[in-house]
Design a protein around this ligand. Sequence first.
Ligand code: NAX
Ligand code: ADP
Ligand code: K
Length: 539
Amino acid sequence: MNELLTSAQMRAIEQAAFDSGQATGLELMERAGQGVIEAMFEALPDLAKAKAKALILCGPGNNGGDGFVIARLLHEMGWQVSCFLYGDPGRLQPDAKANHDRWGEIGAVVPFADWHVRERWGGAVPVEQPPSLIVDSLFGTGLTRPLARDLDEALRNLASCLPEGKAWRVAVDAPSGLCMDSGRPLDPENDGELPSRQDLTVSFHRLKRGHMLGDGPEWCGRVAVADIGLNQPALRAARPALREQLSDMVQLAEPDKRQLRKGGEDYPGAHKYDYGHAVVLSGGPGRTGAARLAARAALRVGAGLVTLAAPAPAMSECASQLTAVMLTRCNGAPDLGTLLEDERLNALCLGPGLGVSAATRDLVLTALGSRRRCVLDADALTAFAERPQALFAHLHSGVVLTPHAGEFARLFPDIWARFIACPEQGPAISKIEAAQEAAARAGCILLFKGQDTVIVEPGGRVVVHAACYERAAPWLATAGAGDVLAGMIAGLMARGFWPVGAAETAAWLHAEAAISFGPGLIAEDLAEELPAVLRASGV
Ligand SMILES: NC(=O)C1=CN([C@@H]2O[C@H](COP(=O)(O)OP(=O)(O)OC[C@H]3O[C@@H](n4cnc5c(N)ncnc54)[C@H](O)[C@@H]3O)[C@@H](O)[C@H]2O)[C@@H](O)CC1
Ligand SMILES: Nc1ncnc2c1ncn2[C@@H]1O[C@H](COP(=O)(O)OP(=O)(O)O)[C@@H](O)[C@H]1O
Ligand SMILES: [K+]
């Protein structure tokens, strides 16, 4: 249930269900409509108390078909329902047509040409009372191009007649106009501003990528997933073609709680060296804070030992601030080489506060040459902005790069340019494809930061940590939060986590610590919140 589907994967699952006789299209559509009704009354309890008047906007595809089911079911519950169709009833697909006709026995279907939004609900003389619920059943996973100008205008009119808060807005599967593979509005004319925000978006079977990535969460409002009775494991087992289509399934990040636990049945009498020894490289005087944040986080996440390696002039500054974290001198790449002769030092973190310089590049290349597991963040990335290839040539599968958007743009300018170009058709390139292409080029694990953090292992696991909806943690947008994340990944790698697993668990813990601490969070609080988070998650 922790998967994010593409539109094509959802269609493939649906097709496998038809082919295997698990369900018919009409059955799925009925369950979808029922699922929206149940989800919306559960998620929006005030809706039941509202004036029972609904406006259902149906589109030309199966998303519109779901809308006709919703219209009928709401009518059966005693709601007063108006149903509108954008599209030609004669060209509806059979299932949508069947539900259109069933609704037609109950009420009218107003064609788009007769919407006249302003005359109906706006201006000084409303001919009808406004609805308390607007259901967006125009386009779902089938959207491949921007909304037509006339439809877009009508929806914007409607939004201005019935602004947010005047009526509940529920989207069926997707807010119309949003590319569900990327979470990016297909809306070049309006700078990605869709006509309206939804209060709730009800997805079917699983979440789609667009619900969690990019601007998706902003336009979806909240999300619920309706079970429409598709047995994915059974379909997957029975249909080799489907297995293939679902092989690159993206997962939502989860912590590896078993591996996070210290001691326990597998390992009751472990020694501190059994949990590894992480080394964090520090910048010079006045620039040691970032590395200290990372080092403390590495220790809190459970590395057995953590050493901060600082240049001689910064030693006293560091010494005055450190207790459990150890300190050693490292005046540059040769010193790091000597330090790494101790094979117990098994995970490295370079970048926070290190400075953008040739010295940083030398440190990075020495670290990479040692083949230790390694996190490269911040300045360790920016130092290679002029010649990213000089970095990529030395990366290996034990390395995790943790760029934010600015660092990503410096290392992968061509991918970045394609990623930020305003999409005119779907499926638009998503942060997942951008990260996959970058990770393949770099040849190591890539954690692309942001509210939607994407973690990619080249040719392997793809994980998304989306800090949205109930996992929103806007307080993480604070200086030093990224340094803490880098330290946590290094600490987990020291403990023996595989790099991609370390990145996934760290991304989850990092956000969880922010959620647990709440507003007012600063970077120092993140590591200090970890014990509470670990305890609460049963570690
Ligand atoms: N896949 C499944 O398993 C299920 C799908 N269902 C519904 O079916 C929807 C997908 O249906 P469809 O594939 O028919 O697609 P949509 O109903 O989302 O879109 C209809 C069609 O419009 C065309 N189109 C795309 N962008 C357009 C634009 N901007 N302007 C005008 N036309 C445009 C496309 O040809 C597209 O196929 C889902 O979102 C969901 O609501 C549900 O009935 C339940 C089961
Ligand atoms: N609005 C947000 N919601 C959730 N997480 C966020 C948000 N903004 C930033 N983050 C997270 O906070 C961290 C910030 O890292 P970074 O940009 O490197 O900051 P710094 O360099 O100051 O440490 C990243 O892990 C990022 O994913
Ligand atoms: K929709």
